[in-house]
Design a protein around this ligand. Structure first.
Ligand SMILES: [Zn+2]
Length: 653
């Protein structure tokens, strides 16, 4: 069913669209008949929706609405971007351009002058000017929030030409790009810890100890009739280094009834074992009576006794009174909260890291993930029903997050697959696809004369069974030189690297950098032609690297940045972009510069499906309720296509 039928070639379409000939005859009917900006375009961005799975579930009979759409425009694979990571791909959708234009190359970028890694989806920089009085620090300039995405912004271009736009849960849009459009930021929006989801598990389990885990913290508490749980501190921007704002939770466990009475600031709730609270509003008093941040959180009583165990969700920005801008106009998020109640604002709302850290069981995680889906359905339904004309976009995260976490329950080839796991959770991914199909069925699919509906994803999915320790490989091949104790697993390029003899290093999901003289602080590699020769050498060696267990290549492709990117930001790209061949992917530790002891090891994390492989292995999907005339659509085609649909000129950046 995957359809390559030619209706109109993409090149000819774009060429004519750019020259204003889009209304001329010879083009799809919906473009020929378009007369005004009142046309409705609805785009559902379903993160991680995989075309092969859609094809399979259509065949199995439970995606009837997607079947309907495939009968109109075929089941098109949407060519994604290299690397096919969500921030990179969504930035390409929003800007209609390659990363050389929008400047987002990976989840993790690095500062070339310090090599410090940072999240590419936005950064809150402290205020430049401060006044210190005793232990208090008063900012006398505003903190600088930076959205690194450059290039055009689809809804901004449309609004300039009078097209009403609503774009909800927009990835890589924090702080939101200034616009007249109604927008709500999505993926990339931090929690109050400045993290992408910092959870806390309080427990009196004698086998547990207080410790940081990836994405959260386990807090050991004392048993008793009254338990006090101190929430790990949040950096107080008004206090000098080390001062943190405090928040306490008071608990009276009722072990007989397997319940607990819980008080957190002005909220008092009684939870039974296995029960979640509704959203609770809390205030972080950074500067009493002067500056405070409002947050929302949920509590989950995992166990009322033996051991006692209480889970605190990440402290989400309160949409009713956001601590940082998360919408345009600024009062849009508060208006949404008034209309539908409080909702997740955290950019990655499924608490995947709690499952990876064993703070959640599979059942716990699934329950929370379904709550997230319901939350998004509620938000979608509310805003979709207000939409009259123009452009409407909504991003759904469920297929992505849950394909990451439950691929092992679904794919018999995955090393963590078991019949017992499949019996309990193997239905979850198919169920989620069915939920998306049901939602698609609520759209006016038959109203194609007035409404163009596009269902698209940023990438598909693949199994993640093994991890490649890039820095260990570079070390073993002599490109990265370590200090004395190079077999220690905890080593990173930051604490055990002989930079004066190192020629290449890895930071990020698909990125490899050369240690360039004049760019990196201790650069050793001269610029071209030496750098070019080294790139060719590394490319050739990487492509000849095989998994010794299977004999299969580790990489499907390795690209020099110049082969992929062009534009004003292209210089900031990694020197090589690594297209892993599933089931391999970068190792967890290598992403942030860890070295590791071996080059390939099994992936034992519940995070068992992934897409940070070569783009050709994980195309996205494009479905529509009209023939689009795009033969082999690419994700960068969609913004100019949508603009041309409204008669809005779109000149490539
Ligand atoms: Zn994605």
């Amino acid at each position: 069913m995957l359809d390559n039928k030619t209706e109109y070639t993409r090149r000819s379409f774009l060429k004519l669209a750019a020259t204003g000939a889009v209304l001329a005859s010879g083009f799809p009917a919906f473009l020929r008949h378009k007369t005004s900006v009142s046309r409705r375009v609805i785009v559902l961005g379903i993160d991680g929706m995989d075309p092969k799975l859609v094809q399979r579930f259509i065949r199995e009979g439970f995606m009837p609405n997607c079947r309907r759409l495939t009968e109109i425009n075929g089941l098109k694979c949407l060519q994604t971007i290299n690397p096919p990571q969500s921030p990179v791909a969504w930035s390409s959708f929003i800007s209609g351009a390659n990363p050389g234009v929008h400047g987002i190359f990976d989840f993790i970028h690095r500062n070339p002058s310090t090599l410090a890694p940072f999240c590419s989806m936005g950064l809150i920089e402290p205020p430049r000017h401060k006044l210190t009085v005793g232990s208090y620090v008063f900012p006398v300039s505003s903190p600088n929030m930076r959205n690194f995405r450059q290039g055009k912004t689809l809804w901004v271009e449309l609004e300039k030409h009078g097209v009403n736009c609503t774009a909800l849960r927009v990835p890589v849009n924090i702080p939101p790009t200034p616009s007249k459009a109604k927008t709500l930021s999505g993926m990339g929006t931090p929690d109050l810890h400045g993290s992408h989801g910092f959870f806390t598990l309080f427990t009196d389990d004698p086998n547990e100890m207080a410790r940081d885990v990836a994405g959260g913290r386990i807090e050991r508490i004392e048993s008793g009739k009254q338990i006090v749980c101190h929430v790990p501190g949040i950096q107080n921007p008004f206090r000098s280094e080390g001062h943190k704002s405090s928040l306490a939770i008071y608990v009276e466990p009722d072990s007989i009834n397997r319940a607990a009475r819980i008080k957190i600031q002005n909220n008092e709730v009684k939870l039974k074992e296995g029960e979640w609270s509704n959203w609770l509003q809390v205030t972080l008093p950074f500067l009493p009576y002067v500056a405070e941040a409002l947050a929302i959180c949920r509590l989950y009583l995992k166990s009322a006794r033996n051991p006692f165990s209480l889970y605190l969700s990440p402290l989400n920005i309160n949409p009713a009174s956001p601590a940082i801008p998360i919408s345009t106009p600024a009062n849009y998020a508060p208006a949404l909260a008034r209309d539908i109640g409080l909702f997740y604002t955290q950019g990655l709302p499924e608490e995947t890291r709690a499952l990876s850290a064993s703070a959640f069981t599979d059942d716990d995680y699934r329950h929370q993930a379904i709550d997230v889906l319901r939350d998004q359905q509620r938000l979608f339904s509310s805003e979709y029903h207000r939409f009259n004309d123009g452009f409407f976009f909504f991003h759904f995260s469920s297929l992505d997050a849950n394909s990451h976490m439950f691929w092992r329950a679904f794919d018999q080839t995955h090393p963590a697959y078991s019949a017992a796991l499949a019996k309990r959770h193997g239905d979850f991914i198919p169920w989620l696809y069915r939920q998306m199909d049901n939602l698609i069925g609520t759209l006016p699919l038959a109203d194609s004369s007035r409404t163009l509906i596009m269902i698209m994803s940023d990438h598909g999915f693949a199994p993640f069974g093994k991890q490649f320790h890039l820095n260990a490989w570079l070390r073993d091949q002599g490109y990265l030189v370590c200090g004395q104790s190079s077999s220690d697993k905890e080593l990173t390029i930051f604490n055990d690297c002989d930079w004066k003899n190192t020629r290449a290093y890895g930071i990020g999901m698909n990125a490899l950098y050369l240690n360039i003289k004049g760019r990196e602080p201790y650069g050793t590699v001269l610029s071209d032609p030496a750098a070019e020769q080294l790139k060719e050498e590394l490319k050739s060696r990487l492509l000849n690297t095989h998994d010794p267990m299977t004999g299969e290549p580790v990489f499907k492709a390795v690209y020099k940045a110049s082969e992929l990117y062009s534009g004003p930001c292209a210089e900031q790209a990694p020197d090589l972009v690594l297209g892993y061949a599933p089931p391999l992917r970068i190792s967890w530790e290598s992403v942030l510069g860890g070295i590791g002891s071996v080059s390939i090891s099994p992936n034992t994390d519940p995070w068992s499906g992934d897409h940070t492989v070569d783009a050709d292995c994980v195309p996205g999907i494009l479905l529509a309720n009209q023939p689009l005339g795009l033969e082999k659509p690419a994700i960068t085609d969609l913004a100019p296509f949508i603009a041309s649909n409204f008669g809005v000129p779109w000149k490539s950046s």
